[in-house]
Design a protein around this ligand. Structure first.
Ligand code: AMP
Ligand code: MG
Length: 410
């Protein structure tokens, strides 16, 4: 059996970023991954600006108590270029406006008394007070977003703040997905005896779409060798990864395994984890003439177990980082929290358990009572997974490693 760490390391060592890139409007770039650094062509702010409504003054003009009354020599709203500040005067200024040359501090209006065309300054500012210096946020020429960054709304705002109208990104990762199992029925169809609904199709589609992938969903492929091989061959042409669900357990009467072996190569893994355990990793050969921006001559294959919680958890722990690496991201590990267990779990398992739990009002963790890999309710009830090492029982008050779904579902 492989440890979870060994399985992840093997997957990640095989995943190198896809090669195709494109330039797209910044407005359309949410969730895409940068293929080149974004370098600022300017200082932000581009000039010294006032961070208050008030008066721009020269601190050296306020050295004695009898010269605190200054004539107001100009008015500077935001977006207007000021004149240099005349010595011995104040300039009325507003938030975001350019500080006039010669002024070295802003006095906020609450600390002044205006009368006619004069203002009395009631405070002795330090030089630089309430001035945001040119380049205080961003320096001209600095890397503001490195290649490999996934573009959040904040990152788009940052790129726009330096005037970037277009961004260089990698193309989306293309993923084909299909499902096997004669028991599977689509919602909307009547459920025959012995059948179940194909819930994994909905979960996996959602997970892949959240990662920003281009998904081709072949639905349920009939459990026949020829049909499975044909689907694999077709999917291999224009995708980076083929993902399937079901039929990777030992002794399974299923055609995915022989079909992948016939069309490429496959390793059947047993991972010391719960839920999960079986995972298939391999590749399907691609016909020579087809390229579609892909340089490799094969398409990766990952076969997930069929149990709904197993496929969800193995996706989050293995497929997610693998896909993010293909997408060009360097940092793919979720950040975990150290939280207090507000429950006891006496029974230690020899496998690395990923327990569905949620954060309670006291900031500790509650455990979902039924941890069976078929109980999908636990994944909706929970807000994350406790990463419990092998052979480890958990006692009340103990600090455990908790990986929030918010880290795993983006
Ligand atoms: P398997 O990995 O094919 O042995 O399936 C393990 C269990 O997961 C069985 O109870 C299957 O019925 C169930 N299962 C397989 N595929 C799906 C699916 N797409 N949606 C819901 N349950 C599934
Ligand atoms: Mg099956």
């Amino acid at each position: 059996m492989l440890s979870t760490a060994e399985a992840l390391a093997t997957l990640l060592s095989a995943a190198s970023p896809i090669t195709g890139t494109e330039s797209i409007p910044t407005l359309d770039a949410l969730n895409r991954v940068l293929s080149a650094d974004v370098i600022s062509p300017l200082d932000v702010p581009p000039m010294n600006t006032s961070s208050m409504d008030g008066y721009a003054i020269r601190t050296e003009d306020l050295t004695t108590d009898d010269n605190r009354r200054l004539p107001v020599s100009q008015r500077i709203p935001a977006g207007h270029a000021p004149e240099p500040l005349k010595p011995g005067t104040a300039a009325r200024i507003f938030t975001g406006a350019t500080v006039p040359p010669g002024a070295d501090a802003i006095v906020m209006q609450e600390q002044t008394e205006a009368a006619g065309n004069e203002v009395t300054i009631l405070h002795s500012p330090a030089p630089g007070e309430w001035i945001t210096a040119q380049g205080a946020d961003i320096r001209n020429g600095s890397i503001i977003l490195p290649a490999g960054t996934r573009l959040t709304p904040q990152a788009l705002g940052l790129a726009a703040s330096v005037g970037c109208a277009e961004l260089q990104v990698r193309r989306r990762v293309k993923i084909a997905v299909f499902f096997t199992g004669d028991e599977l029925t689509m919602p909307g169809e009547p459920l025959k005896p012995g059948a179940i609904y194909n819930s994994n199709r909905f979960t996996l589609r959602g997970l892949l779409e959240k990662l920003g992938c281009d998904v081709t969903d072949y639905g349920i492929v009939p459990d026949k060798l020829d049909a499975t091989r044909a689907t694999l061959r077709e999917a291999a042409q224009a995708h980076d990864l083929i993902l399937t669900c079901g039929g990777v357990s030992v002794g399974e009467e299923d055609h995915v395994k022989p079909a992948v072996e016939a069309e490429g190569r496959l390793s059947m893994w047993q991972i010391a984890m719960k839920p999960g355990k079986p995972l298939a990793f391999g590749a399907v050969r691609r016909a020579a003439q087809q390229t579609d921006a892909a340089t490799s001559d094969e398409t990766f294959f990952i076969g997930l177990p069929g149990n709904p919680v197993s496929s969800f958890v193995t996706f989050l722990l293995f497929v997610r980082p693998f896909v993010l690496r293909l997408a060009g991201m360097q940092t793919v590990a979720p950040r975990a929290l150290s939280l207090r267990a507000d429950f006891t779990q006496n029974k230690a398992d020899r496998r690395n358990e990923f327990l569905r739990a949620r954060i309670n009002a006291a900031g500790g963790l509650d455990l979902f009572p039924n941890q069976s890999s078929a109980v999908l309710t636990s994944t909706v009830w929970g807000d994350g997974l406790i990463d419990n090492p092998p052979n480890h029982a958990i006692s009340v008050g103990e600090t455990v490693r908790f990986i929030p779904f918010s880290e795993l579902l983006n």
